[in-house]
Design a protein around this ligand. Structure first.
Ligand code: NI
Length: 191
């Protein structure tokens, strides 16, 4: 399975709305291969999510997965384990609760981190890689990833969601100066 090139900020693919996928196509070999290649690409880049426009496909598809990561300064994992998922034609509906700020990065905006407000839980509807409709409520870090990836399908980047660009930082400086300032535990993964 090849690792696909990830387009970066400035590439028009990131600012073009993604098209819905014809449901019958999901189980076709070419589409299954695209899903596998996106998973491979996300893992190779050590990201926790990847949307199809980031690899130049204008389709409503994203994949995500997080491996548990320990934070040596805290007893709890900084990143909880989130099982691998592929979501086609997603709909994301925010559920009640005030928006929470936390650090985000993006594989298409390398080396930058910023504080982004997100809904703490959302209802996610979509089609899985077997072509089955699924509906789930996702919370916390998973809800953040889902909102980030869903935004990619609508040409929205995390920079557009930041309410104050003053928190924007390069990863090295973020590690040195801002890492411990995060209320909710440090997370440095890109999506
Ligand atoms: Ni991203």
């Amino acid at each position: 399975m090849p690792v696909l090139p990830i387009v970066r900020l400035g590439h028009p693919a990131l600012r073009t709305p993604a098209e819905p996928v014809v449901p019958a196509r999901v189980v076709e070999r070419a589409f299954q291969r695209l899903i596998d290649d996106m998973i491979e690409t996300m893992r190779a880049a050590e990201g926790v999510g990847l949307a199809a426009p980031q690899v130049g496909f204008g389709l409503q598809l994203f994949v995500y997965e997080a491996l548990e990561a320990e934070d040596p300064a805290r007893a709890v994992p900084a990143i909880p384990a989130i099982p691998l998922r592929a979501v086609v034609n997603p709909m994301v509906e925010p559920l009640s609760g005030e928006q929470i700020f936390d650090w985000e990065g993006c594989l298409s905006i390398p080396d930058l981190r910023g504080l982004v407000p997100r809904h703490p839980s959302v209802r996610l509807r979509g089609v899985d890689r077997h072509g089955h409709l699924e509906e789930r409520v996702v919370e916390g870090f998973e809800a953040r990833i889902v909102q980030h990836e869903y935004d990619h399908l609508n040409c929205v980047l995390f920079l557009d969601r930041m309410s104050d660009l003053k928190s924007l930082a390069f990863v090295d400086e973020w590690q040195e100066f801002l890492h411990d300032a995060a209320d909710d535990g440090p997370r440095s993964k890109a999506e």
